[in-house]
Each structure stands twice: as C-alpha cells, then as structure tokens.
Ligand binder design. Structure first.
Ligand code: ATP
Length: 207
C-alpha cells in the first residue's frame, strides 16, 4: 500500500490496576483516556500477583468479575485478564510486549494515575516500557495519595501525553474502609459492583 493509503497506526491504551474494587475514578480515568488519547481500544488489565502492593489482594476471580461489571457499558474498553492468567508476578512490560507482538504497528499508551507515576522509576524494565509505550498520567487528588506532582524529568527518555481528569477523591482504600465499617459505598462504585460486593460479602473486614 502506498504512503497516501496507509491507515494510521491503531492506538491501544493499557490501564492496569489492582481494582480491589473498581470505583468511579477508575471509570472516569478510562473514559477520559479513550476520548483524549484517541484510543481505538483501552485494555483494562487487573493485576494478578501485584509485586508492589504490600496487602494481599482479593481473589482475582472476584476482582475480574467486578471489573467486567464496572466496564460493561464503556465503549472501546476491553477487560483483559492476561495478567491474571499469567503465572508469577504481574509485570506491565510483559503485557506491553504481548500486545506489541500481536500488533507491531500499533502505538501503545500506558495510562495511570499520578501516584503510580511516582514509582515508575522502580518498575520492572522501565526503560523497555518507555520504549514501547507513550506514558499518560492523570492527576490524582493529593489527600488520597499525598506525593505531590509527578515530575516528567524523572523519566528523561519517556514520551508523555497529557491526560486531563478532574481531581477525584475516590480510592479503593476508602471503599474497603467504608465497607468494613458498615458504611455505604453507592456514591463511590457503580451499582453493579456494589451489588456484587454485597452478594459475595466482600470487604467485611479491613486488611
Ligand atoms: P488502593 O487505594 O487500594 O491503593 P486505588 O484506588 O489506587 O487502590 P488501583 O487499582 O491501585 O486503585 O489503581 C489503578 C489505577 O487507577 C492507578 O493508575 C491509579 O493511580 C488510578 N487511580 C485510582 N484512583 C484514582 C483517582 N481518584 N484519581 C486518579 N487516578 C486514580
């Protein structure tokens, strides 16, 4: 095909997280990414074994089910269970490489909230990550994760694309704490997720 007929590279977003449980800020971030980054598809990737979270996560089958409910009606979002299916620690680079080998011509974009950006330097094979993907960081309300603003100079070789998101207070920590205290979370999670949590008696104690 000649240059003039070449289709533009597909843009594939990757949004990983523990999603323990998924909440409204995750949905807002995903929708903002699809719209602002002109994504053809956004892979929402619940982590399998989180190497960087000190707390044991809720069973991956529950987290996957909640993510599927939460994102059921979100256009261009696919829930990708690749990290749950993989054995061993979940590394983002493995997910990016798998997508890259399936679609070598696509542009990958790694989407995250600002708290994650602060630890990017310590991520497994970070330089390979920044070679494969554009990094797109949404600001995060400071009282949820108080680390200040991310400085892109911390990752000199990365390519960044801005992602605007109104500051949102929601965190999975708050959702779990409220549930353990017997408080409602209807304002923080989608209805289907609240129903799933209630049905399976999740998060009844803090851990
Ligand atoms: P926890 O409170 O258990 O640490 P969390 O609310 O941070 O969980 P994760 O599943 O760890 O949720 O986050 C997945 C992704 O969503 C991360 O990139 C995180 O930065 C982002 N994110 C979560 N909540 C917000 C928020 N309120 N604003 C912006 N980004 C967010």
């Amino acid at each position: 095909m000649g240059l003039s007929g070449a289709a533009p590279a597909r843009r594939i977003g990757v949004f990983g997280g523990a999603f323990d449980p998924p909440h409204n800020a995750h949905l807002a971030l995903a929708d903002a990414a699809v719209a602002q980054l002109q994504l053809d598809v956004l892979h929402v990737v619940p982590t399998g074994q989180a190497w960087h979270k000190p707390r044991p996560l809720t069973d991956s089958a529950h987290r996957l089910a909640m993510v599927q409910l939460a994102f059921a009606n979100h256009p261009r979002v696919v829930v990708d269970d690749c990290e749950i299916r993989r054995t061993g620690p979940s590394y983002t680079i493995d997910t990016l490489r798998a997508l890259h080998s399936t679609e070598p011509n696509a542009q990958l974009l790694l989407v995250m909230g600002e708290d994650q950006a602060h630890s990017l330097n310590r991520w497994h094979e970070i330089s390979a990550i920044t070679q494969l993907a554009i990094i797109s960081i949404a600001r995060r309300a400071e009282n949820t994760k108080a680390e200040g603003q991310f400085d892109p100079k911390n990752l000199p070789h990365a390519v960044f694309q801005p992602l605007q998101l109104p500051l949102m207070q929601a965190s999975a920590t708050e959702v779990r704490a409220r549930l353990a205290a017997g408080e409602g979370v209807d304002h923080l999670v989608p209805d289907a997720v609240a129903r799933y949590i209630a049905k399976h008696l999740l998060y009844q104690t803090t851990r």
